[in-house]
Write a protein that binds this ligand. Structure first.
Ligand SMILES: [Zn+2]
Ligand SMILES: [Zn+2]
Length: 251
């Protein structure tokens, strides 16, 4: 039992850590090393973070990934014991449901994140839970999972909730994790890569941008959303200068 658990944990941790290294590493090497000069005019905040800031982002992310993996292990053990709605044969619910469940996972996470994020900005909670993430005022891709341990558990909390609520195939969970990692790295990129007009287009305006989350780090209020602009729009929490700032930084 214990050796099985250690084996599952080791597998989840290795895959999760490599995923972080690949997504954040490629973004960092491309924008902060290889194409630094080319994209300089799209750098949202002029300064480049010190090596100490980057090291802290990396170490905090590594600790978060260990905690994510422990929660992943818990979910895996609950599944093995038959307590979750995770299913293994795609044919059981078909491809249509597979796509729908992936979308539902993403939408549920977006809603969960927005409200959890508003909660941890409450003045009584902020300094104990969320301050670590905001130590990166000018974040790099390495800050994607730079959380206090309590926040790391809260962040991954949507997974154990969803596996009880709806049938999910492991591949739907993987697709959600890849999308989540991509959007997290994008939000902490420090460079705006989308084109001018992105926030005006009736479809793309609903996606958040690198400027959107960067402004959250710079001002520590406004722009609480993760993937989509729906909740910030509905709750009127977009920074008043977001669209203007985006247009200044966009390509
Ligand atoms: Zn952030
Ligand atoms: Zn925040």
């Amino acid at each position: 039992m214990i050796s099985t658990a250690i084996g599952i944990f080791a597998k989840i941790f290795t895959i999760s850590f490599i995923r972080y290294l690949v997504f954040a590493g490629i973004a960092y090497l491309f924008f902060y090393v290889w194409k630094k000069e080319k994209f300089l005019s799209h750098k949202i905040q002029n300064k480049f973070p010190t090596n100490l800031v980057i090291r802290n982002e990396f170490v905090n992310s590594l600790l978060s990934i260990i905690l994510f993996s422990l929660v992943g292990l818990g979910v895996s053990l609950l599944h093995r014991a038959g307590y979750t709605q995770i299913y293994e044969r795609l044919s059981e619910y078909g491809w249509g449901y597979f796509l729908l469940s992936t979308l539902l996972m993403i939408l549920a996470h977006d809603t969960y994140f927005y409200w959890m994020h508003r909660l941890i900005h409450h003045k009584r909670i902020y300094k104990y839970v969320h301050k670590v993430h905001h130590q990166s005022i000018n974040p790099t891709p390495w800050a994607a999972f730079s959380f206090h341990p309590t926040e790391a558990i809260l962040e991954v909390g949507i997974l154990p909730i969803m596996v009880f609520l709806i049938p999910l195939h492991p591949l739907a969970i993987v697709a959600w994790i890849l999308f989540m990692t991509f959007m997290n790295v994008l939000g902490h990129l420090g460079f705006e890569i989308f084109k001018k007009g992105f926030v005006k287009n009736s479809i793309t305006r609903w996606s958040n941008t690198s400027v959107h989350h960067n402004m959250h780090h710079k001002y520590a209020q406004y722009n609480y959303g993760l993937y989509f602009n729906f909740w910030d729009w509905a709750m009127n929490t977009n920074h008043p200068e977001y669209f203007e700032e985006f247009n200044k930084m966009a390509r």
